[in-house]
Design a binder for this molecule. Sequence first.
Ligand code: FES
Length: 130
Amino acid sequence: MIKASELTWDDVIRVGAGTLGGNYLRSFWWPMALSDEVKDIPVPVKLLGEELVLFRDLSGELVLLGAHCSHRRASLEYGIIEENGIRCAYHGWCYDRRGKVIDRPAEPIKTAPAAAAQIRRARAGWLPSR
Ligand code: FES
């Protein structure tokens, strides 16, 4: 536990991911959008310095992911919503609700063990949403 007297100005004003202030603020629920605003296209959202994308997948579940594809950083704002996630509109990588890559159309997941490990590591940032 850090005492208030030990905090620096930077600890208080920096709210990016991985910072002291950012970790503290991320422990609370934040209103991101009205439920009525989240329909059949992804909604770009910016919170605490992070660019995010909010959407309701085809099964009706709300999903909040980092706004950029982990492949070439294309915006998932233009992604195609699927049953259990979203597909990047650029090269077609598909992310599940937690941002894990579940499909790479041009490079099948079963091709090589090294490629499979790389796919397991690749993910878009994910935040819990409801
Ligand atoms: S940039 Fe998203 S799949 Fe290539």
